[in-house]
Design a protein around this ligand. Structure first.
Ligand code: AMP
Ligand code: ZN
Length: 483
């Protein structure tokens, strides 16, 4: 595989060379949990999950971490307004976040660390920065001294001098330089705080991501993602803090940033008030349509929110699901594993096979080219057209039907990372079911490894009884609903 990724750090597409052979570390900045998230926020949640799932489908053992910012001015203010604790606000919106991403078909991260559970690690990094002279305490606050970090500005292509000159007024008197940023904030009356070597206080926002990414992924890891608004200062600051504290050259190797979802040309945001929450939108549109709406555009470019766009995406998603259902209906219950040798005596089959095979290669190549999902969707719909035509021309029992099970497996393979085919069955959500089934498949795999054939077979038979078929092939085990 030759995966190429546009790296914000270099400003170029680069070949993916993993840091670690055992796992691929992927960190994405998560939500600040003071309210329901809007559909603009959903863009990074969806796109980075798609990228992660694609990497998994290509054999990478991805460790995916998304933090939850559960201490922040916005949370504190909301708690004050409602007369409840910050923890109550954070817990409420963390639960809502989990509900919403699940409905959006986003797979859970491997870890969702919370800032407030990592105060010790955060204090540890700040202490090491102070010791090294990269940070300085003043009157209960601690600031990072950007003049001590030569590479500051490399990610965002900004110059420290310009940053300092640009900030003329309202500069915090306690800072040495205007571009310095806060690592630890002195406690204020009535606000949550923790003891530290600099007195009671709470962490700044940037430092939490350094602490949690390095705790779960190591000092250097492969991917770091977030929206383009996070490039500066958030990600620039993460690099400065992390590299200065560990002395490591590389913090995150590949920096991925998604474009904005705009509303009439302006970034959708809470502060501008031009937003619609993901939960509101999910009342109006099926998940597949919302995901397709995002995936039809390249993740780095902007997208304009529009009803027409969403309606069109809904129609397109329905077409795809319909073709998928047609396939499912034609595939025999006791399908034979598809054997490409069996098509040799039929020109029609051979042509169909070659066409799908070549579109498949182009689809995967598009995904490998900086996750070009618009091209991927284009290839997928070329396939949909081919399949519809093939089916409409009539399909006889035998190899003509068997080949469809091979096509269905291809569609299942793409949907493992795209998540745009509606496979809801009897009201059971496919994504949710798939999570459970991956655990069951792993369990059966372990049983077979231990040569416990009796239990492994019983597990499969019980599942068949319950309406689920397991299918073993050279590339692993998959599952599907029985008809
Ligand atoms: P927040 O909860 O504001 O920290 O944002 C969570 C994520 O959503 C971050 O990765 C932001 O960059 C991203 N984000 C915020 N607004 C938008 C938008 N309008 N379009 C795309 N991504 C956004
Ligand atoms: Zn972050």
């Amino acid at each position: 595989m030759s995966l190429k990724i546009f790296n914000t750090l270099s400003g170029k597409k680069e070949k993916f060379v993993p840091i670690n052979p055992d796992y691929t570390g992927f960190y994405v900045c998560g939500p600040t949990v003071y309210d329901y998230f809007h559909i603009g926020n959903a863009r990074p949640f969806i796109i980075f999950d798609v990228i992660r799932r694609f990497l998994i489908s290509r054999g990478y053992n991805v460790r995916y971490v998304m933090n939850l910012t559960d201490i922040d001015d916005k949370i504190i203010n909301r708690a004050k307004d409602e007369g409840v604790t910050s923890k109550e606000i954070a817990d409420r919106y963390i639960n809502a976040f989990f509900e919403d991403i699940q409905k959006l078909g986003v797979r859970p991260a491997d870890v969702y660390p919370r800032a407030t559970d990592h105060i010790e690690e955060i204090i540890g990094i700040i202490s090491s920065l102070v010791e090294k002279g990269a940070a300085y305490p003043t009157a209960g606050d601690v600031f990072y001294d950007v003049s001590q970090f030569e590479e500051y500005g490399r990610l965002s292509k900004k110059k420290v001098e310009d940053l300092q000159a640009g900030k003329r007024v309202a500069v915090d008197e306690l800072k040495k330089n205007p571009a310095d940023f806060v690592l630890w904030k002195k406690a204020k009356q009535g606000e949550p705080s923790w003891p530290s070597p600099w007195g009671n206080g709470r962490p700044g926002w940037h430092i939490e991501c350094s602490a949690m990414s390095m705790k779960f992924l190591g000092q250097s890891f492969d991917f770091h993602g977030g929206g383009q608004d996070l490039i500066f200062p958030h990600h620039e600051n993460e690099i400065a803090q992390s590299c200065a504290s560990t002395g490591c050259d590389v913090f995150a190797k590949y920096w991925l940033h998604n474009g904005f979802l705009d509303m009439k040309g302006e970034k959708m945001s809470k502060s501008l008030g031009n937003f619609i929450t993901a939960r509101e939108l999910m009342e109006l549109y099926p998940t597949a349509a919302i995901r397709l709406f995002f995936l039809q555009k390249h993740y780095r470019g902007p997208i304009d929110f529009s009803e027409e766009g969403l309606n069109a995406a809904r129609t397109t998603a329905e077409r795809l699901s319909l073709t998928y259902k047609k396939l499912m209906d034609l595939i025999p219950e006791n399908r034979e594993e598809f054997n490409a040798e069996n098509i040799k005596n039929s020109k029609r089959l051979e042509e169909f096979y070659e066409r799908i095979e070549s579109l498949d290669g182009e689809l995967i190549a598009s995904m490998e080219d900086d996750f070009n999902t618009p091209a991927v969707i284009g290839k997928l719909f070329d396939m949909v057209r081919e399949v519809n035509k093939y089916i409409d021309d009539g399909v006889a029992d035998g190899p003509e039907k068997d080949i469809l099970s091979w096509v269905q497996m291809k569609f299942d393979g793409y949907d493992r990372f795209l998540g745009i085919i509606d496979k809801t069955r009897d009201g059971i959500d496919f994504e949710r079911m798939d999570n459970v089934m991956q655990t069951v498949i792993k369990l059966r795999h372990s049983l077979r490894k231990e040569k416990n054939w009796v239990l492994a077979d019983q597990l499969r038979d019980d599942l068949t009884e319950a309406g689920i078929l397991l299918e073993d092939s050279a590339s692993g085990t998959t599952w599907r609903w029985r008809k």
